[in-house]
Write a protein that binds this ligand. Structure first.
Ligand code: PMV
Length: 348
């Protein structure tokens, strides 16, 4: 029987605090603005992926949470082709290496959280896929170089190759060679950041981020102002706030950016809705908490779905979680560091 070569890895979810929304090139997944995110702890939301290659495999197969998924979509194909080309180069320079680039791949991925419900599952998914195959192929490429490949799978995936605080610099080259993720700060540089995730709904979102982005970019008058004027300034301010560990500035920008992202969605034709009444209640709750405290204690942010992510500092954990528990008594919480995950049943 032919030998099976395997490598396994995990990649965490990242939640954007300055949102990527809009593509200037849909094939290469080049964004219309730079973005920033915080990567959550590997213990919390993550994808575990094993990639195997063997001469005996007859076709590429991908299983996600036990179900076979297509590997022939343009994005997965682009990622696999780039990784195989890098492996082929290695094999050409070292004839003792097994010819894995010519073997078919079997990929097994498991998420420990709801898929496609606005919890950045594609980010962790593609990051884990790229990392697992890069490890299987023993590629010497850096995270930054791999991030250019992950970006082609799902834009936000490029940021999940790093821990800590990460920027995706949009770049301006047509071939996308300068559109990649870089780390702004490691988790250890600002270790007291915490995240609470409120799973308002685990249902698959109605409008995919790709469709939503296209609708917004084509039809929203506010979108142009956002990408040209607002985001470039916010990108500088947020990077600086992270470097200086200035939570209030970071939190203020995070909430403003989430609100503007949902505003451009609403400004699209037809309008795109991702938040629901529970999401809006969470916004009011956090706004009240901050106003009662007389300082910014917590920041909310929402991706392309109704689930809330709250960022706060460790010292405020009891206040933030205490308030959430009082306001949402059915909240099931389980605490893990550095991210605190909690789920809220629907209909609260
Ligand atoms: O990477 P995609 O195509 O799933 O888009 C992600 C879009 C947001 O999550 C809403 C924002 C972001 O920067 O992650």
């Amino acid at each position: 029987m032919a030998k099976i070569y395997s490598a396994s890895t995990t990649a965490p979810v990242n939640i954007a605090t300055l949102k990527y929304w809009g593509k200037r090139d849909t094939k290469l997944n080049l964004p219309t603005n730079s973005s920033i995110s915080v990567t959550l702890s590997q213990d919390d939301l993550r994808t575990h992926t094993t990639a195997s290659a063997s001469e005996s495999f007859t076709r590429d197969i991908l299983w996600l949470n036990g179900t076979e998924e297509s590997v022939t979509g343009a994005r997965t194909t682009a990622c696999l082709a780039e990784l195989r080309a890098l492996r082929k180069k290695l094999e050409d320079s070292n004839s003792s290496l097994p010819p894995l680039s010519s073997y078919k791949l079997h990929i097994v991925s498991e998420n420990n959280f709801p898929t496609a419900a606005g919890l950045a599952s594609s980010a962790a998914g593609f990051a884990a896929l790229i990392r697992a195959i890069a490890d299987l192929y023993e590629l010497p490429q850096s995270e930054e170089e791999l991030s250019r490949i992950a970006r082609q799978g799902s834009g936000s995936a490029c940021r999940s190759l790093y821990g800590g605080y990460v920027a995706w610099e949009m770049g301006n080259k047509e071939d996308g060679s300068d559109s990649r993720a870089v780390q702004i700060a490691t988790e250890a540089q600002w270790p007291d950041m915490r995240a609470a995730i409120l799973v308002v709904s685990a249902k698959k979102k109605e409008t995919s981020s790709t469709t939503g982005m296209q609708t917004t970019a084509k039809t929203s008058p506010l979108f142009k102002y956002r990408v040209e004027v607002v985001v470039p300034e916010r990108f500088k301010q947020m990077s600086k706030a992270i470097e200086k560990k200035d939570f209030e500035v970071f939190a203020d920008l995070t909430m403003a950016d989430s609100n503007q992202f949902h505003a451009v969605c609403l400004d699209s034709s037809p309008p795109v809705f991702y938040m629901n009444d529970v999401s809006r209640n969470v916004i009011s709750l956090v706004e009240k908490l901050n106003s009662l405290a007389g300082r910014i204690v917590a920041a909310y942010t929402f991706d392309a779905g109704p689930n809330a992510v709250l960022y706060y500092l460790e010292r405020d954990e009891s206040v933030v979680l205490g308030l959430l528990k009082a306001a949402l008594p059915d909240l099931e919480g389980w605490q893990k560091k550095p991210a605190v995950i909690a789920s809220v049943p629907e209909g609260i």
